[in-house]
Each structure stands twice: as structure tokens, then as C-alpha cells.
Design a protein around this ligand. Structure first.
Ligand code: UDX
Length: 425
């Protein structure tokens, strides 16, 4: 099939590339000329494991093209995939201006019947509105159907998820259009769920909000574990052995960040309030997540008896999670900012993100540090020789914001290990 993709962010670029890999002819569109030139040369604009190889391969196979010209991309398209951003608006609502602009461009540019698939995360009812908007403003006498097809890609695993995700959700009001989308994905071995459009839109929000609630729940359990002397990792293991609960997303830490959970929980909570059916559990999870970062900062301050000024604090990890260079809503930024405001001397090391205060290696970062703070659980930190690191610091205390390191081994190497929900009484 011939596919046009609007938006070359995480979702558009990864989905477009994977659709090219399974044999479709894909043209990705973006307004940013420099970005398009970079992608045409086979160089990804984001860090995503496995993407570059597929990009280079499919450009060479002539299956994957990049352009700034909508008309050129739409000319033969059977499907237009909408993957533009839906950032957070001023009151927490989803800002749909990029979606509306794209819908207008589709209406005034398409010259043949086409199915428009909305992959962007949009509030329930948006697919209906987009279809109406396009149909009202169409210039040519063609048929445009809109199908909701939410994405479930995790950054850092996006390529893997695109091939082997848990499900493909297709929300449509027209059986034929739904079948076109199912045919597009036929090369992927994934269960397909057909629903109506609003249910598909809702599935995305309900799933993300549920995962955010699960994280905030275990974080609060961790705080209680600290208070009573239990170990939250063991508690999570024990809970997770119950198949009805599952172990995934029960890792306590400094809270969730990234481009999806913070924005999507706010958007669905905002919509629910507007409709007078508040999602109080989601609202609590949002609040709890904000508090979790502050609790971690307080823990560090308490260790120094409130005197962090002039203490050298080495921060390991900047990204909101490993295997990504994404800093959106990264807890690291808030933690660094708060410690700097209190006069701490910060040094930073992240395997792929650079910062004005970045060191070139872990050892350079921790040299003479009064405390080491692990913010992102990169594999490089987990595999490091903590005895050697211990020889470089001024004071062997480690705050593990992700419970990622083996506490016992560190303690044997002379470290004071302070995790989340692991305080011994
Ligand atoms: C998420 C969803 O997983 C994905 O399905 C959706 O399409 C987009 O949003 P992503 O934001 O890439 O993906 O990251 P994810 O791996 O879900 O992690 C989100 C945040 O939660 C990270 O900050 C991570 O550190 C945190 N997290 C995750 C925890 O604190 N504990 C956990 O147990 C799991």
C-alpha cells in the first residue's frame, strides 16, 4: 500500500519506517526542511535502538521517502497516517492545533479517496471532529474516512514494540475503512481489536493512566516501606507473582516522566472533570507523582542535615528513562534545579545526553563527590565497578532513585546505599 505519514516525531518516524520494512511504500512529511534533509540521508533525528539500520535499508530499497511537500506525498496515498504532536495546553487539556492544521491540509490537498489514520493521542471525540472538518472543507469530490489507531510505543523500545506490541487497536465507524487499516498491518503478527472510534481513543488514555496509577501506587507503598522497614522490591515481587496484578510497572522510584504519562494523565483528568465525571484516582496519581520527586530531594537534604550548599553532588543519568535521549518531563531536571538552588555543586553524566555541566565519564563525574545520585537506570551504571567508583568519591553515599543497583554489593564495597522504599529499621 502507499502510505503518507504526517509528522516525523517518535511515533511517525518509527511507524513509517516499520511500515516500509514490511513492504509498504511510505512517504513521511515534516515542515522542518533540515529534519527532512537529515532523514533523507538516512540519519535518524531521534535516538532509538534499531531505527537507523531500518531507515538506511528502506531508503536504499526505495520504500521510504521524506518530503516537505504534502501534495507530493498524498498524490497516490491509500492511507494518510497522522502522527503530529498533541502537547499539553494551558489548563492541562490536549492542544489540538497541530491536528486541526493537518486536517485542513488534508482537506485542501487530497485528490483521491483515502483513509486517514489518527495515531496521535487525542481526546475521545476528536476523530469524529477531524472527519467532519475534513469532509466540510474538501476541495475535490473524494471520500475521506477517519480511523483511530492509537500507538502504544515505548521510547527506547519503539522499534521492537512496533513489530511485537501487545495489540493493534482499530477504531472505525466504517467497516471498509477499518479493513484498510487491518490490511496495512497484516504483515505484523499482533492481535487486532476492532472497536468504535471513541472506544479506541479511550483505550489509549485509559491504558496510560492505569500504568501511571500503578507506578504512583507502588511509589506510595515504597514510602510506607521506608517508614516501616520493609523492602519495596520484595513487596513488588510478591505482588507481581499474582497473575491478576503482574510485576510490570511496579518499580518504585522518583516517579514517571516522558512525553506521554504526564501529559496524557493531565488531559484525561481535564476532560473527565469537564464532563462532571472526575477521575479522582488519576488526579491522585498525578499529585503523588509530583510529590515523589520532592521526597527524593528531601531525602538527600536530610542526609546532609539540610546543608547541601557547596556539597559536590554527582548526578548519574538525565533522560526520563534509559535508552532514550528524551528529556521531556525528566525528573532529573527538577532534582538538579532544586539542589542547585540550595547551593550544591552539580556534576552530571548521562551516556548519550550532554549538558553544560556534563562530565565525559562516570569516574570524571563522581571524582571527589560528596554524594552520588542515580536518576536514570542506564545499563552502564548497573554494570559499573562500584568498588572503583568508591575509590574516586570523597564520601561513599549513593542515592538510588530507581532501585537499580544491588544494595548488598554496594554496602559490602563500603557504600551507604539509600534507595526508595528500602530503609532498614
Ligand atoms: C509510555 C507507554 O508505556 C507507551 O505505551 C505509550 O505509547 C507512551 O507512553 P514511554 O513514555 O516511552 O511509554 O515510557 P515507559 O517505559 O512507559 O515509562 C514511563 C515512565 O514511567 C518513565 O519515567 C519510567 O521511568 C517510569 N516507570 C516505568 C517507573 O517509574 N516505574 C515502572 O515500573 C515503570
Amino acid at each position: 500500500m502507499k502510505v503518507a505519514v504526517i509528522g516525523t516525531g517518535y511515533v511517525g518516524l518509527v511507524t513509517g519506517t516499520v511500515l516500509a520494512e514490511i513492504g509498504h511504500c511510505v512517504t513521511c512529511i515534516d515542515l522542518d526542511e533540515a529534519k527532512i534533509r537529515q532523514l533523507q540521508s538516512g540519519e535518524p533525528t531521534i535516538y532509538e535502538p534499531g531505527l537507523e539500520e531500518l531507515l538506511v535499508k528502506n531508503i536504499a530499497r526505495n520504500n521510504l521517502h521524506f518530503t516537505t511537500n504534502h501534495a507530493e506525498a498524498f498524490q497516490h496515498a491509500d492511507v494518510i497516517l497522522l502522527a503530529v504532536g498533541t502537547p499539553q495546553g494551558t489548563n492541562g487539556e490536549a492542544d489540538l492545533s497541530y491536528i486541526q492544521a493537518a486536517a485542513q491540509t488534508i482537506a485542501t490537498t487530497v485528490t483521491k479517496d483515502v483513509v486517514v489514520m489518527i495515531k496521535s493521542t487525542v481526546p475521545p471525540g476528536t476523530n469524529d471532529q477531524v472527519e467532519q472538518l475534513i469532509r466540510q472543507q474538501l476541495i475535490q469530490d473524494v471520500k475521506v474516512d477517519v480511523v483511530s489507531n492509537p500507538e502504544f510505543l515505548r521510547e527506547g523500545h519503539a522499534v521492537e514494540d512496533a513489530f511485537h506490541g501487545d495489540r493493534i487497536v482499530i477504531g472505525s465507524e466504517c467497516a471498509k475503512a477499518g479493513e484498510v487499516v487491518a490490511t496495512l498491518y497484516a504483515g505484523l503478527q499482533m492481535p487486532v481489536l476492532h472497536t468504535n472510534r471513541r472506544s479506541a481513543e479511550m483505550i489509549k488514555y485509559a491504558a496510560n493512566a492505569f500504568l501511571a496509577v500503578k507506578i504512583s501506587y507502588i511509589n506510595e507503598i515504597a514510602n510506607l516501606c521506608d517508614a516501616i522497614g520493609a523492602d519495596v522490591s520484595d513487596v513488588a515481587d510478591g505482588m507481581g507473582m499474582d497473575k491478576r496484578i503482574g510485576r510490570a510497572f511496579l518499580n518504585a522510584g522518583i516517579g514517571y516522566g516522558g512525553s506521554c504519562f504526564p501529559k496524557d494523565t493531565e488531559a484525561i483528568a481535564h476532560l473527565a472533570k469537564e464532563r462532571q465525571t472526575p477521575l479522582t484516582i488519576v488526579e491522585s496519581a498525578i499529585h503523588s507523582n509530583q510529590k515523589q520527586r520532592q521526597r527524593f530531594i528531601d531525602k538527600i537534604e536530610r542526609y546532609f542535615h539540610g546543608q547541601v550548599a557547596n556539597k559536590k553532588i554527582a548526578i548519574l543519568g538525565l533522560a526520563f528513562k534509559p535508552n532514550t535521549d528524551d528529556l521531556r518531563e525528566a525528573p532529573s531536571l527538577e532534582i538538579i534545579d532544586a539542589l542547585e538552588k540550595k547551593g550544591a555543586l552539580i556534576s552530571i553524566y548521562d551516556p548519550i545526553i550532554t549538558h553544560p555541566k556534563s562530565a565525559l565519564s562516570i569516574i570524571e563525574c563522581v571524582t571527589e563527590a560528596d554524594a552520588v545520585v542515580l536518576v536514570t537506570e542506564w545499563q552502564e551504571f548497573i554494570e559499573s565497578d562500584w568498588t572503583a567508583i568508591g575509590a574516586s568519591v570523597a564520601n561513599r553515599v549513593l542515592f538510588d532513585g530507581r532501585n537499580a543497583l544491588p544494595a548488598n554489593k554496594l554496602q559490602q564495597a563500603g557504600w551507604t546505599y539509600i534507595g526508595i522504599g528500602k530503609e532498614r529499621k
